[in-house]
Structures are given as structure tokens and as C-alpha cells.
Design a binder for this molecule. Structure first.
Ligand code: NOJ
Ligand code: CA
Length: 624
């Protein structure tokens, strides 16, 4: 581990015992009023409500164990997330340690050396909670228990400790908006309307309310209301009908969610991706998104995190325009809601810009992206576990994207495209590199998706979004080295087609080949980390003479990086106005080659088709 990583990363040795869960779980809270045991005081008066017994695992009292306790104040880096390269990894899909056909936490722990080698700073784990698994685990049936096939709480603690020991952080998904209909809260709610959980969900006698709210999963749902034959009422849901929305008007819901958040924070995780945050509250006559009450609740969550858990991060999932998403950072100066939010609209525009060979889709969305508070950061990505969403484009642009990237109707899902990066780019190495270079250099912290670093393929014959969630390819052996089980037992088949089949496309093969996409990606991550401007710097679009070339400068103090991207498949010349940096000799970052000194005339570059340059503009070279 480099010294830099050691300094800015989490502590390498946990100060607590890792042999058992007991080390970190205090006795279960008896009631929500006790959720603030010790130095905690409940911010909202929840009256005398006592948490009734429902069959769910005990949660901790929230007696915090600070994983940073052995790190001196000076070594703490509250803004680590602005520099970090994130990696989304599905526990179920990464590595199976016990041969039951499903990836698990011990399996993931066993692969941490690989992830550390790749250079990622923070792992993001989508839900691994108990779940009927009808929505990839986003249908949680407990917010604090782990799906047995994925491991135990001890396995999770060991995983977090081992990640920390390697200088990597861990954030986990937390599904704030809804639960599975199998959650004990919902079961209690439907069976006993007058009981303590009766009001935990949004119930109505008819399905007429909130009619201005759109349906999100248009492939499967026709309404946001579903009739429950047990309670004989309709319940509200923004996603699948088996995922009832929690009723945030009920303060006990808020308390229960905060309690579950503390449970994980107490185990030493570094933060949360907060799933589907815009939909927490509903209000008649609105589209039920981004309501003031939703922001108020998120401010409560943030205040609790700031008060008790230093250096943790909240990452908002709000698939909206940047002008709306900035509200999830909270106060424009202080940033008192989420530390991070995904920048959804830039992603499809990268795909559009390259296919149209025009920088404007990217330039325009960047120009529309407001300033964000200094202590906040965008999260940017090319692909993730969902379909490539096309909600944030016009109808015409969506048709264009479907026409270009989803030629087979099976590639479509909801309002998007269910394919992985390499197949989207027709396995073209130049485009894979260009897209990755854009991801690693545009403003925001990049989030890689597991398998994309080796150019994994997808399987459009699988249902829903499973085609982009298949087992990781480790070796050319049985089940791609993911599992020793009978191939038929795998939770999803490995990719076996002639182009992306695991026999040739796997980590082992790419490790052995020094020109592989895996080695190239690792090198790019390394170079990015050597230049703080990528994570922390300002962004200035330079325009330029050629609309196929996107050029911008990232600047942080003395660190000045010029990025020039040729979005066209053909070689292109470009003249850039770099007079501001006259006298400087650009240094190409991958090879260290010095380019001609910037003069008072336009700076001429020629770039190969789908090529890119990253230059450092060293101020010290600005001397005659
Ligand atoms: C957002 C998640 O990314 C997606 O996978 C899930 O289906 C929805 N939330 C609903 O839970
Ligand atoms: Ca397993």
C-alpha cells in the first residue's frame, strides 16, 4: 500500500475484536425512545411508543464504535470520498466460497487483494439483507439481517475489517423508501390496521390518490397502488407491487429507519448509498418527488451521522436533472444533506456524444450542472446493476439511444437498456478506453461496475436486469472460477458466448497479458490518483475548433490537467485556445512525454479515432 493510501484511507487495524458479532452489538433497543441510548438524544419526540415485538433480528442500541478511533485527527480525511474511485460489487455475483452457487461475503473477502491491486478506494455493496430476491435484494425483508446464503454478521464484520486493513472503505446500500411485502413490518401492518405497525405503510380505501406521480417500472406495473386482500385496502408503492412504500409521515418509521442506519454505522461501515431517496413523502397535487419533508428527513439523517460518525458518507440515488439533484446536497454552502449524489444525466450523454461524434451532449449537460457545496461530490458512472437508464433524456434522444444501442428488443428494460459496457461498445477497445478515460476525468468520483474492468459481456436472455449481474469471471475453469458447484446450480449462468465467454475473458487471462484492458484500467486509476485535480478540481470546458473533440481543464491548486477526447471514430485535428497557459510544456500523463510549449497561437493537436490525451500542465515549465 502506498503511503498516500495509508494516510487517507481508513485505519489498517480495527480496534475491536473481530471474532464475533458480540464485540460490536450492544443489547437490542427495547423501544424507539431508547434508540438514543447513551449520549444520544432523540431529535423528534416519539412519545411513549414502545417498539412492539415482531419477528425480526435485534438491532443494536447504537452505542457507537468508531472505526477511526486509532487514527489521529490529523490523519482523518473527511473528504476522502472526493478523491476516491468507487467499485460497485454484488456480493451474490462476485465469488462463491462454499460451492452453493451463490457469491457470499467470505468469497468477497477472499478477493479483496484483487480489488486493492486494482486500486479502488471504496466498495459499494448493493443490498445483501434478507430478501425474497424479487428485486435483486432491493426488496428487503429486514434492514438489519443478512441473507443466510451471503453469510453472517461476523462474515460482514470481517469483510469490513479486511477491506479497511487494505486501505479500502465500504459503503452499503440502504433501501430507505420501501420494503418487501415479506417484511415483518408489512405483515403486521396488513394484519392489524389498529396495531403499532398499522400506519407504517401508506394505505387507502381506493387507488385514486397521488395520481400525478408517475409509474417508474413501466414494464411490470400499471399503477402505484395495489390492493391487499388481507387488509382490504390499497397500499402505495413507487416500484414493484411487492415493494410497499414506508409511510414517513409516521415518526416511528423515521425512528426505526434511523435505528437501522445506526446499526450498520456502529459496525464500522463508511457510509450508505441511499436508494430511491426522492420518494420518501407523498403529497396530493404533486408528483410526490423531492418534497420538502423528504429533504427535512435527510437533514435529520445527516445531522445524526455528523454528530456520531465522523468521516462517513451518504450517497443519494436520485435519477433526476442536476438542478433538482443538487437539493440533495442540502444547504448550497454548508452541504447538510447527502455528501454525494449520482449525476445520472451525464451518463447517457457520454454514449450519445460518442455515437454522434459530437461533444455537445456532454458540454451542454455540464453547462447545466450547478455548482455544488465545497464539501460535496458527484458520483459518476457508465454502467451499474440496473438498466442504462434513459429517463433523463428527451423522447427523441431516447429513440436515438434505443436505435443505436438496443437493436434487439430484448436489450430494452423499462425506460432503458439492459446491457453491459463492453457489448454496448461492440467490444471496441478504443471506445472502452475512451469511455473509461471520460469516466475517470469528468467531475465527480467515478464508480466502476464489477466485471467492466475486464470487459465482461452480458446475457440478454435472462429476465429483468439479471443479464448484467452474472457471476464474475476469474479463471477459464468450471463456472469461471466463481464457484465449484454443479453448473446447473449457479444462481445465474456464467457468460458463455463466443465473444465474451469466460474461457477466454477472465481475470487470470487478463492478469497474464500486460496489454489487457484490466492492466490498462489499473494504470488509469493509478494515474488519476496521482493528480488531485481529478477528484477535487474545477472543470472548464475549453470548446475548440472541432465539435468532435471534447477538451476540458481540471484544476486544483498547482495541479492542472488538460483532457482532450476525440469522440469521433476518425482521426481529428483540433485547435485549442490555451493562451492562458502560455509558456507551459504539457506533459502527457501516461507516458510522461513533453509536448511542444504552449505559445500565443492556437494549440494544435491531432488525435487518433476515439483517442484521448491527459496532459499535466506543470506551472514550473512556464519559464523562458
Ligand atoms: C433502485 C435500485 O438501483 C434498483 O435496482 C431497484 O430495482 C429500485 N431501486 C427499486 O428497489
Ligand atoms: Ca456461497
Amino acid at each position: 500500500m502506498s503511503e498516500d493510501v495509508a494516510r487517507s484511507g481508513p485505519p489498517r487495524t480495527a480496534q475491536h475484536d473481530t471474532t464475533g458479532v458480540e464485540a460490536r452489538t450492544a443489547p437490542a433497543a427495547a423501544s424507539s425512545t431508547e434508540a438514543g441510548i447513551g449520549d444520544r438524544t432523540a431529535v423528534v419526540d416519539v412519545g411513549t411508543w414502545t417498539r412492539p415485538e415482531v419477528a425480526e433480528p435485534a438491532v443494536s442500541s447504537g452505542v457507537g464504535i468508531d472505526p477511526f478511533a486509532d487514527v489521529s485527527q490529523a490523519e482523518r480525511d473527511p473528504q476522502w470520498f472526493k478523491r476516491a474511485v468507487f467499485y460497485e460489487v454484488l456480493v451474490r455475483s462476485f465469488n462463491d466460497s462454499n460451492g452453493d452457487g451463490q457469491g457470499d461475503l467470505p468469497g468477497l473477502t477472499a478477493k479483496l487483494d484483487y480489488l486493492a491491486w486494482l486500486g479502488v478506494d471504496c466498495l459499494w455493496l448493493p443490498p445483501f439483507y434478507t430478501s425474497p430476491m424479487r428485486d435483486g435484494g432491493y426488496d428487503v425483508s429486514s434492514h438489519t439481517a443478512i441473507q443466510p446464503e451471503f453469510g453472517t454478521l461476523s462474515d460482514f464484520i470481517e469483510f469490513v475489517d479486511e477491506a479497511h486493513r487494505r486501505g479500502m472503505r465500504v459503503i452499503i446500500d440502504f433501501v430507505v423508501n420501501h420494503t418487501s411485502d415479506q417484511h415483518p413490518w408489512f405483515q403486521a401492518s396488513r394484519e392489524d390496521p389498529e396495531g403499532p405497525y398499522g400506519d407504517f405503510y401508506v394505505w387507502r380505501d381506493d387507488d385514486k390518490g397521488y395520481s400525478d406521480a408517475r409509474v417508474i417500472f413501466v414494464d411490470t406495473e400499471t399503477s402505484n397502488w395495489t390492493y391487499d386482500p388481507v387488509r382490504r385496502q390499497y397500499y402505495w408503492h413507487r416500484f414493484f407491487s411487492h415493494q410497499p412504500d414506508l409511510n414517513y409521515e409516521n415518526l416511528h418509521v423515521q425512528e426505526s429507519v434511523l435505528e437501522a442506519l445506526r446499526f450498520w454505522l456502529d459496525l464500522g461501515i463508511d457510509g450508505f448509498r441511499l436508494d430511491a431517496v426522492p420518494y420518501l413523502f407523498e403529497e396530493e397535487g404533486t408528483d410526490c418527488e423531492n418534497l420538502p419533508a423528504t429533504h427535512e428527513f435527510l437533514k435529520r439523517v445527516r445531522a445524526e451521522v455528523d454528530r456520531l460518525y465522523p468521516d462517513r458518507v451518504l450517497l443519494a440515488e436520485a435519477n433526476q436533472w442536476p438542478g433538482d439533484v443538487v437539493d440533495y446536497f442540502g444547504d448550497p454552502v454548508e452541504g447538510d444533506e447527502c455528501h454525494m449524489a449520482f449525476h445520472f444525466p451525464v451518463m447517457p450523454r457520454i454514449f450519445m456524444a460518442v455515437r454522434r461524434e459530437s461533444r455537445y451532449p456532454i458540454s451542454e449537460i455540464m453547462a447545466q450542472t450547478p455548482e455544488i457545496p465545497a464539501n460535496c461530490q458527484w458520483g459518476i458512472f457508465l454502467r451499474n446493476h440496473d438498466e442504462l437508464t434513459l429517463e433523463m433524456v428527451s423522447d427523441e434522444e431516447r429513440d436515438y439511444m434505443w436505435g443505436e444501442y438496443a437493436k434487439d428488443p430484448r436489450m430494452k428494460a423499462n425506460i432503458g437498456i439492459r446491457r453491459r459496457l463492453a457489448p454496448l461498445l461492440e467490444n471496441d477497445r478504443n471506445q472502452l478506453e475512451l469511455f473509461t478515460a471520460l469516466l475517470l476525468s469528468l467531475p465527480g468520483s467515478p464508480v466502476l461496475y464489477y466485471g467492466d474492468e475486464i470487459g465482461m459481456g452480458d446475457n440478454i436472455w435472462l429476465g429483468d436486469r439479471d443479464g448484467v449481474r452474472t457471476p464474475m469471471h476469474w479463471t477459464p475453469d468450471r463456472n469461471a472460477g466463481f464457484s465449484t458447484c454443479d453448473p446447473g446450480r449457479l444462481f445465474l449462468p456464467v457468460i458463455m458466448d463466443p465473444v465474451y465467454g469466460y474461457q477466454a475473458l477472465n481475470v487470470e487471462a487478463e492478469l497474464r497479458n500486460s496489454t489487457s484492458f484490466l492492466h490498462w484500467t489499473r494504470r488509469m486509476v493509478e494515474v488519476r490518483k496521482q493528480n488531485p485535480a481529478f477528484g477535487l478540481g474545477t472543470f472548464t470546458d475549453l470548446g475548440g475548433s472541432n465539435p468532435s473533440v471534447l477538451a476540458y481543464v481540471r484544476e486544483f491548486g498547482d495541479d492542472l490537467v488538460l483532457c482532450v477526447n476525440n469522440l469521433s471514430r476518425f482521426a481529428q485535428p483540433v485547435e485549442l485556445d490555451l493562451r492562458k497557459w502560455e509558456g507551459i510544456e504539457p506533459v502527457e500523463l501516461l507516458g510522461g512525454v513533453r509536448f511542444p510549449r504552449i505559445g500565443e497561437l492556437a494549440y494544435l493537436l491531432t488525435i487518433a479515432g476515439h483517442g484521448f490525451y491527459w496532459f499535466r500542465l506543470p506551472r514550473e515549465s512556464n519559464t523562458p
